[in-house]
Design a protein around this ligand. Structure first.
Ligand code: AMP
Ligand code: ZN
Ligand code: FE
Ligand code: FE
Length: 286
C-alpha cells in the first residue's frame, strides 16, 4: 500500500510527524509521501523515523497555486515530489506563500471579530504551534475551541470558505509558474485532487493538456476521497490520453479530516516507481 498525500502538524494535519509515521506503519503502508502545505520542514524527520520502522517516506510538498480564468484566481493545489531542498527559487517561492498566509491572519481575525467571534492570534497559535504553514483550519480549530462552531467543516461552510464573510484571499503563484519552479528544482509535479467541487469546469482537460505539454506536468491525483467514482475514471482516462501517471492518495489530515483514513486511496507500485525513477533522472532529492 502506497499513499502519496499526507499532512502533519507542520501544516494543518493534527498528527505530529512521529504520530503520522507510526500510524502509517501500523496501517500496513509500505510508503507515504509527506506533503504538507507549502513547507518541506517535516520531511527529514519523517524520513529518519520511517527508516526505523521500515516505512519509505517520499519528500513532498502541496503547493498553494492558482489558475487564472478571466480575472479570477481559482485555487489549485500542486503536489511536488522529490524537489531539491537547496533550490533557492523553490525555497523563496514557498517562503513567499507562507508569508502571505501569516499576513492574512490578522485581517481574518478582524472580520471574525466583526461577526461577533473575537479571537486572539494566540488562540490560533495554540492550534498551529508546530506549523511552519498556518492556515484556515487552525482558525477553524480555534473557533471550535471557543464554542462558536461545532467542527472544522462548519467553520468553513459558514465563515472561512471562499465567498464566506471571513474569507481573505492571499498570494499564490500561477500553477504554470509553480510547475516550472518545481521542474527546475528537479522535482515532479502532480495536480492534487484536480476535479473536486466541480473544478473540471475550471481545470479543463485542455488546460491540463497545456500544463502537461508546455510545463512538464507529470501526473494527476485521480483517486482521492473527494472524487466520485465517475470522476476517478475520467481522470484515469485523461491521464492515459496525455501520457501522465495517475496517483491515488488519502489526503490524510488526522482528526482534521476524519474520513480521509491513511491508505483509503492508494498509488500502484508501478506508478510510485515511475515517480521515483523520474526524480532520480532529474537529479532531485526523493
Ligand atoms: P488555507 O490553506 O488556509 O487556504 O486553507 C485551505 C485548507 O483548508 C485546505 O487545504 C484543506 O486542507 C482545508 N479545508 C478546506 N475546506 C475544508 C473544510 N470544509 N473542512 C475542513 N478543512 C477544509
Ligand atoms: Zn490541508
Ligand atoms: Fe489540497
Ligand atoms: Fe492536502
Amino acid at each position: 500500500m502506497i499513499d502519496l498525500h499526507t499532512h502533519s502538524r507542520f501544516s494543518d494535519g493534527t498528527d505530529t510527524v512521529p504520530e503520522l509515521v507510526g500510524a502509517a506503519a501500523r496501517s500496513g503502508l509500505e510508503a507515504i509521501a509527506l506533503t504538507d502545505h507549502d513547507t518541506m520542514d517535516g520531511v527529514d524527520q519523517a524520513q529518519a523515523l520511517g527508516r526505523d520502522v521500515g516505512l519509505d517516506v517520499l519528500r513532498g510538498v502541496e503547493m498553494s497555486t492558482h489558475l487564472l480564468v478571466g480575472s479570477t484566481e481559482h485555487p489549485v493545489h500542486l503536489l511536488a515530489y522529490g524537489c531539491r531542498d537547496d533550490d533557492d527559487d523553490l525555497l523563496a517561492l514557498l517562503e513567499r506563500i507562507r508569508e502571505a498566509r501569516r499576513t492574512r491572519m490578522p485581517r481574518m481575525l478582524d472580520l471574525l471579530a466583526g461577526l461577533g467571534m473575537p479571537l486572539e492570534i494566540s488562540d490560533v497559535e495554540a492550534w498551529s504551534d508546530q506549523a511552519s504553514s498556518t492556515g484556515r483550519p487552525h482558525v477553524a480549530d480555534a473557533l471550535v475551541a471557543k464554542g462558536y462552531v461545532a467542527s472544522r467543516d462548519e467553520a468553513f461552510d459558514k465563515f472561512l470558505g471562499e465567498s464566506c464573510p471571513a474569507y481573505v484571499p492571499r498570494y499564490t503563484p500561477d500553477v504554470a509558474e509553480a510547475l516550472d519552479t518545481v521542474n527546475r528544482a528537479c522535482g515532479v509535479g502532480v495536480l492534487a485532487h484536480p476535479w473536486i467541487r466541480d473544478h473540471e469546469t475550471v481545470m479543463t482537460p485542455r488546460t491540463i493538456a497545456e500544463l502537461a505539454n508546455e510545463h512538464g506536468l507529470f501526473g494527476l491525483e485521480a483517486d482521492h476521497p473527494d472524487h466520485t467514482a465517475e470522476t476517478r475514471q475520467a481522470l484515469h482516462a485523461l491521464a492515459d490520453d496525455l501520457g501522465l501517471v495517475a496517483t491515488g492518495s488519502s489526503d490524510y489530515h488526522g482528526a482534521g479530516k476524519p474520513d480521509n483514513l491513511l491508505g483509503i486511496c492508494q498509488t500502484p507500485r508501478v506508478v510510485y516507481e515511475a515517480i521515483r525513477q523520474e526524480i532520480e533522472q532529474r537529479g532531485g532529492r526523493p
